[in-house]
Design a protein around this ligand. Structure first.
Ligand code: ATP
Ligand code: MG
Length: 607
């Protein structure tokens, strides 16, 4: 073991540093493109060979590097972006360390050609293994080209970790997509093995941005995207979140940016996850592109060697802001035609716009007599079959369905989900609105309505509960009785008044109004057994939600229950006024629209 302490040669220092900055070809590409963006380029051309392992060329039309500075650009800790420590606190450029180019040059063969407008004469510098060749004049328009060959040619340990050409290229492609999703003012062209794969012109207008979004994330994402935009003080969150029926098996469609820098941040991911909590099927991941713009002094960008992470000074504020904004955006999407989830929908939510509720209130006035409910009729809704008196179960034919002219244009009073016409196989409600046919999954829709109402109830001090004339006594297992005793306050928060009675019984004195038509013994038995089964697994903060979901599920109309037209219409009206009513609690759609056009197509009418 040598005992003498010696300073390492510069080239080796650079190679060691490169280990942190340059992990694979895509890291080279990221650093080069970020430099082009910092140099205010409006055009970036990328040419890759063999997944970037053989060659990566990035050409831009940015400010360029003066010939006298080419060597300096390749020197470690040399940067034009900061000069003193304070600059780091309000950094707006992507680079600031002066490490990228020397790191790349220490692990690859690099040719740097550049031209600034001022001297209007391009120069080229070739460097290999830490040795710079003499500068030579070259031909190059204003801007810079960097040609990186044979990555890791001199660091075999790193080369061994490279994967297949396909994998390495997909990392490179991901880098371009991430940058293109935020730098709408820059055009990108990507070539791989002499083939042009992506051409993205500058996206100036909102429609152009959507087109770019579509090229990168696909049509399906854009069709399900809900626009988010909220600004308060010096925090702004904008971008798009996908409606819950466009969820992913993996967390691969989650793009987060802070001050236009792509990052991966646990605070943001967690906040978005919470915002989707009630609407996403278990185990699925939401899709989104979100940009957070905050005062640069509020965030430390120097928190990760490859700049993939940042540190917020006030994590709590950011978390709450993101969660509330996304939740509100998702909540504002109430009943809305599935087939119009396109451009309309994308402009549906901005914080300045009135919520959909407001729009419904102005466009919707109660329908004609046939479908209007009296208070008593309304109260009788969702009554279980045993509770319904025979005259409430009117045969469908006896209730006339209002005539709705197709594609009506006048200031109609037709509700969004129209009027019920029939029930299909005890599962679906068929209704007609001005566009055509509406199909509703009865149980899923009612589950959401009950869930939202219970949730609202539990968050307000005033609970709408109904005292039972005769308290109900339930026999349960000893462990279930214990559970009720332990979680009494949770039940109370929903509007229940219940207590453990002896070893294995429970007494119920009051129930939430919304569940007043359920078979209460059966409902409680189902919920308590459900909760008991899952209780051990659930964390404390999840318990409340589990309780809510379980009540919503067991307290909502079951398949095969015959509903009369009044009941069906009442459910449609409830859906229209309930947040997130497009999806059931597991993220599945609750209803779909089949327009007359869609139906005509099915029957090949008019062809
Ligand atoms: N495409 C380019 N156009 C103009 N100038 C460039 C370009 N690429 C690099 N430079 C100049 O070279 C300098 C060194 O680049 P390098 O990427 O090594 O460091 P940086 O961008 O300052 O910081 P970081 O290491 O965080 O990326 C930059 O500060 C910039 O002045
Ligand atoms: Mg840089």
């Amino acid at each position: 073991m040598p005992s003498e302490i010696k300073k390492l040669p510069d080239h080796l220092i650079n190679q060691i540093a490169a280990g942190e900055v340059i992990e694979r070809p895509s890291s080279v590409l990221k650093e080069l493109c970020e430099n082009s963006i910092d140099a205010t380029a409006s055009k970036i051309f990328i040419d890759i060979e063999r997944g970037g392992m053989q060659r990566i060329v990035v050409r831009d039309n940015g400010t360029g590097i003066a010939s006298s500075q080419l060597e300096t650009a390749l020197t470690r800790h040399a940067t034009s972006k900061i000069q003193q420590l304070e600059d780091l606190q309000h950094i707006e450029s992507l680079g600031f360390r002066g490490e990228a180019l020397p790191s790349i040059a220490s692990v690859a063969r690099v040719t740097l050609t550049s031209n600034t407008e001022r001297n209007n004469e391009a120069h080229v510098l070739h460097t290999e293994g830490g040795n710079n060749e003499p500068l030579k004049p070259a031909a190059h328009a204003k801007g810079t080209s960097i040609d990186v060959h044979d990555i890791f040619f001199n660091t075999p340990a790193r080369r061994k970790f490279l994967r297949t050409e396909k994998t390495e290229f997909s990392h490179c492609e991901q880098v371009v997509k991430r940058l293109a999703l935020v730098n709408f003012h820059v055009s990108f062209e990507l070539r791989h093995n002499q083939k042009t794969l992506l051409v993205l012109p500058v996206a100036a207008s909102y429609e152009d941005k959507l087109q770019r979004l579509e090229k990168i994330l696909g049509k399906n994402f854009v069709e399900h995207a809900i626009k988010v935009e909220r600004e308060a003080g010096n925090i702004k969150l904008w971008g798009w979140v996908a409606a819950p029926d466009f969820s992913r098996v993996q967390a691969d469609y989650q793009y987060q940016y802070v001050n236009r820098r792509h990052i991966r941040d646990k605070t943001i991911s967690h906040a978005v996850k919470l915002a989707y909590q009630d609407v996403l099927y278990h185990g699925r991941h939401p899709a989104y592109v979100l940009y957070l713009d905050i005062d640069p002094a509020e965030v430390d960008v120097n928190a990760h060697p490859a700049k993939h992470e940042v540190r917020f000074h006030n994590t709590r504020t950011i978390h709450d802001y993101v969660r509330q904004t996304v939740k509100q955006a998702l909540g504002d999407v109430r009943a809305a035609p599935i087939d119009s989830r396109n451009m309309d929908k994308l402009t549906r939510y901005t914080s300045q716009q009135p919520a959909i509720q407001g729009q419904l209130a102005t466009h919707y006035t109660p329908p004609s007599k046939t479908a209007t409910l009296s208070v008593d009729e309304y109260k009788a809704l969702y009554a279980s079959p045993t509770q319904r008196s025979s005259d409430q179960s009117l045969p469908i034919e006896r209730i006339p369905v209002p005539h709705i002219p197709a594609a009506s244009t006048s200031e109609q009073t037709i509700p969004l989900l129209g009027y019920a016409i029939a029930q299909l196989h005890g599962i679906y409600i068929l209704a007609q609105n001005e566009h055509g046919l509406v199909l509703v999954d009865m149980h899923a829709a009612h589950e959401r309505v009950v869930y939202e109402q219970l949730k609202q109830q539990s968050s307000t001090a005033q609970r709408e509960c109904q005292q039972l004339l005769v308290p109900v006594q339930l026999n349960v297992s000893a462990s279930e009785a214990r559970l009720v005793e332990d979680q009494k306050s949770q039940f109370e928060s929903l509007g229940f008044d219940l207590d453990r009675l002896g070893d294995s019984a429970v007494i119920v004195r009051a129930i939430p109004q919304i569940l007043s038509h359920s078979d209460i013994s059966q409902l409680l038995r189902d919920v308590i057994s459900d909760i008991e089964k899952n209780h051990a697994r659930a964390r404390l903060d999840e318990f409340h939600n589990e309780l809510l979901s379980s009540f919503a599920c067991h307290g909502s109309v079951r398949a095969n229950r015959e509903l009369n037209v009044h009941e069906m219409n009442a459910l449609l009206r409830d859906m229209e006024s309930t947040e997130r009513s497009n999806q059931c609690n597991h993220g599945r759609p609750t209803w779909i629209q089949l327009s007359i056009n869609d139906l005509d197509k099915l029957f090949m009418r008019g062809r």
